[in-house]
Each structure stands twice: as structure tokens, then as C-alpha cells.
Design a protein around this ligand. Sequence first.
Ligand SMILES: Cc1cc2nc3c(=O)[nH]c(=O)nc-3n(C[C@H](O)[C@H](O)[C@H](O)COP(=O)(O)O)c2cc1C
Length: 214
Amino acid sequence: MKHEFENKKPEAFATTWEGQYEVFNWAEYLIGIPMPILLITTYKENGLPNACLHSWSSFSGEEGGHFCIMGGIPIEYGHTIKDITRNKEFCINFPSREIWEKCYKTIENNKFELDEIVESGLTAEEAISINAPRIKECFLNLECTLEWIKPLYEGSKCCIICGRIKHIAMDDEYFDENKKGRYGESGFIMNIHSPKNPLTGESLDDKLGFVEYK
Ligand SMILES: Cc1cc2nc3c(=O)[nH]c(=O)nc-3n(C[C@H](O)[C@H](O)[C@H](O)COP(=O)(O)O)c2cc1C
């Protein structure tokens, strides 16, 4: 049996933290789609590396290029939007489970006067084709140039950033499925963002998901 949901938050959805349904739409918790986890890296205005843990992106391309489409970037605050608007270049870095805790630390270290990559126990390295830092320990780095930025909808607090992938760096242990591989517990990490039961309001904890290749 299918339930139909009008454009209205289910009554059973209580607020777990203040402002929850302003930052995220209730539908994110209802549909519970896992999203790949990555870090967007840029240089701040003072030249220090910036890292933003992120999981609201997808990737698409055709003959003319391959692109990342990143949603959920606040327009009015945060280093990432300022850096991308100013530098028009950024890198997308995919971490594995091994370095997850360090990646999460970038949230605590989200300060203008810090090198957020080094402070979190990771290594910042120069990109090949753009002026943005890469995270050395990430198994896949996508060096991007800004294609366009748009608000999600008129009056939205968030924007969509489209980046053209200019250069790709990938660890050979990861493009070989006989070694570590891209899938399974050593590969791409998915964000399972507190899925909720719309009838009972029960919420599962945030968890990391891994893709099983079958
Ligand atoms: C799994 C996950 C968890 C996150 N948790 C938080 C959080 O607890 N607090 C927060 O402010 N941002 C959180 N974020 C969002 C950003 O990572 C964070 O705001 C970032 O440090 C902003 O960086 P910027 O100012 O350099 O753009 C989370 C993102 C992801 C993908």
C-alpha cells in the first residue's frame, strides 16, 4: 500500500533540533535518499585552504563536458560560496571510511583563520589545473571551474552551483576493484540523513552508507 503525501510536513514529524525544518525540508527525512559524501575545497580570501563537508550533489555530462551540480550551499554565509564566487574554481574530494573522522573535524575547524585541511589531520596539496587545494588522502579529486550559480528558487537561502570538471585525479587502488575499489566499505560514502517514519515520527540516526556492487 502506498501513502500519498501532499506538500505538507507529516504531523508525526517532531523537531529534533531548533530550526531543523528551516535548514532542511521535511521531505529530505521522508524520502531518505542516500547522497554521496564529498568535501568541497577552496582557498579563502586570506589564502588558507577551506574544506566544506557536503552531500547534496549529483553529476551529469555529455559530449561537451562532465559537470557537478551542488545543492544546499548557503548564499548569505559560509566560506564556500564566497570563495567560489571570488575564485571561480574549486575541488571536489571523495573520502573513504578510513579518513571519515578527520573529514568530519573540518566542521569544528570551520574558521577563517585556520587551514581547515591541515588542522583536521589531512594534507592539502596543490591542484593540477586550478587554484584550489586538493585533499591528498581522498581517493578521487575533481578539479572544477565555475559554470554557473543560481538560487534554488526565487527567494531561496541556498544556491545551486554547477562546476565543469576540468581534471580528475584518482588513486589506482580505487579504480581497481581487485584492490580497494570504489565500492564496498572502502569506497564512496553515502550520507543517510536521519530517515523518519511519517506515521510514527520515529527517526533513525544519521548513518554512513556504502554501495554494494552486485
Ligand atoms: C554529513 C554532514 C554533516 C554535517 N554536519 C554539520 C553540522 O553539524 N553543523 C554545521 O554547521 N554544518 C554541518 N554540515 C554542513 C557543512 O559541512 C558545514 O556547514 C561546513 O563546515 C561549511 O563550510 P564553509 O563555511 O567552509 O562553507 C554537515 C555536512 C554533512 C555532509
